[in-house]
Structures are given as C-alpha cells and as structure tokens.
Design a binder for this molecule. Structure first.
Ligand code: CA
Length: 219
C-alpha cells in the first residue's frame, strides 16, 4: 500500500484530502505544520507528499528543500506563476492550485507514483524489481526474496539479454551478502525460480551451463 503524507494546517482541507486518499486505498500520515512533517519523515518512509505552502513554523518551501528526494505535489492557494516556478525549481514534482478538483488530484497523484515506480524499477515482461522497496513483483504480485536472492535478481535484470557469469554474479552479490559461493548460488537461483513460479508459469532464469545465468527471453 502506497504511503502518502498530508501536510496541511487547515483541518477541513486536511480531512477532505484524507478522505480522498483513503477512498483510493492509500495509507495516510498527517502533519499540521512543517516541523511536524519533518519529524514524521525522520521515522517514516513515504511514497509521496501532498504539501501546503502556507504553514505555521517551517513553510512548504522549506520542506521541499529538505525532502526533495520524495515526490511532492504542492497544493496551494498561491496562484502566482512565480510561486509555482519557485516550487518546481526547488524540487516539487507538481503544483495544484486550491480549490482543486478531486478527480484531477487523484490522477496527478497516480502519475507521480507511477513515474517514481518506473524510475526506481527494473522491468522485464511480468517481472518488476522495485529498487526503493527492495521488492520483486511478478504479475504485480509481491514475491518475498531474501537479501541475496534480491541481489541476484537485480544483477540479472540489470543485464537482460546478457549472460551474467557465475564469477561476476558472485563478485557483485558479495557486496550485498556474505554467504555466497558457487553451490549456494545454485541454491539461491533455484529458490528464486520456485518463488516466481508461484505467480507465473514462465521460466525466467536460464542456466548457461559452465558459464552463468541470464534472464530467459520470452516469446
Ligand atoms: Ca495553510
């Protein structure tokens, strides 16, 4: 479930936003000031921030500067183009003026979430590796991989169409894990295959005998 932080000091607007997001099955977090937002971001990882600009204490612009690694949609009554430009240049991803249209806001949220998934994901056919969440999806279903299995899948998906040699794979995943030798690599690969098979009949990992592994090309 995607997590969205609402930063809005006006409680009536805050609760409208919360209702809209919960209708769409997002998990919401609430901040009523800039300071509260920053405190919350220290302990929670969120996928998106809906951000008012005129806030008590720290302003929305301050939050953008400190949190611009997270997708941010500014929601503001400030309609001056220079405010928009300023926010976008500081790192906000989108700017919606109040009063906002509910459906338009929902669509803009979806667009931001989709593009952040794309930026952070490695994809091949029905496989999607979400790097920011360390998660593999097969046909949109989440597969629980161990740290080592994740590291292997990442290397295979970074090198789609190429054989990744056993040695290279071992070198690469040694950075992420300690327990990898040639025998355990085989075990890890077979575990990954088994986990993928739960959701897909396709065989995704091909063994190239004596050389290594590759993502098998699908028809
Ligand atoms: Ca406000």
């Amino acid at each position: 479930m995607k997590k969205i932080l609402i930063v809005e000091d006006e409680s009536s607007i805050h609760s409208i936003l919360k209702d809209i997001l919960e209708e769409e099955n997002y998990e919401t977090f609430d901040a009523y000031s800039g300071t509260e937002a920053l405190m919350l971001l220290e302990r929670e990882t969120v996928d998106l921030i809906l951000l008012d600009l005129m806030l008590p204490g720290l302003s929305g612009e301050d939050i953008i500067e400190r949190a611009n690694h997270i997708p941010i949609i500014v929601l503001s009554a400030k309609i001056d183009p220079s405010d928009k430009v300023n926010c976008l240049l500081k790192g906000a991803n989108d700017y919606v003026t109040k009063p906002f249209d509910k459906e338009e806001l929902k669509a803009r949220i979806k667009v931001q979430l989709r593009s952040s998934d794309k930026n952070n994901s490695l994809e091949y056919k029905d496989l999607q590796l979400l790097q920011d969440r360390h998660t593999l999806l097969v046909k949109d279903q989440q597969v629980n991989l161990t740290k080592t299995e994740y590291a292997i899948m990442k290397q295979l998906l970074l090198n789609v169409k190429n054989v990744v040699t056993k040695n290279k794979l071992l070198d690469l995943i040694a950075m992420d894990t300690e327990d990898c030798n040639e025998d355990s690599l085989r075990v890890h690969i077979s575990n990954i295959r088994r986990k993928i098979r739960v959701f897909s009949e396709e065989e995704y990992i091909e063994s190239i005998w004596g050389v290594g592994f590759k993502i098998k090309e699908q028809n």
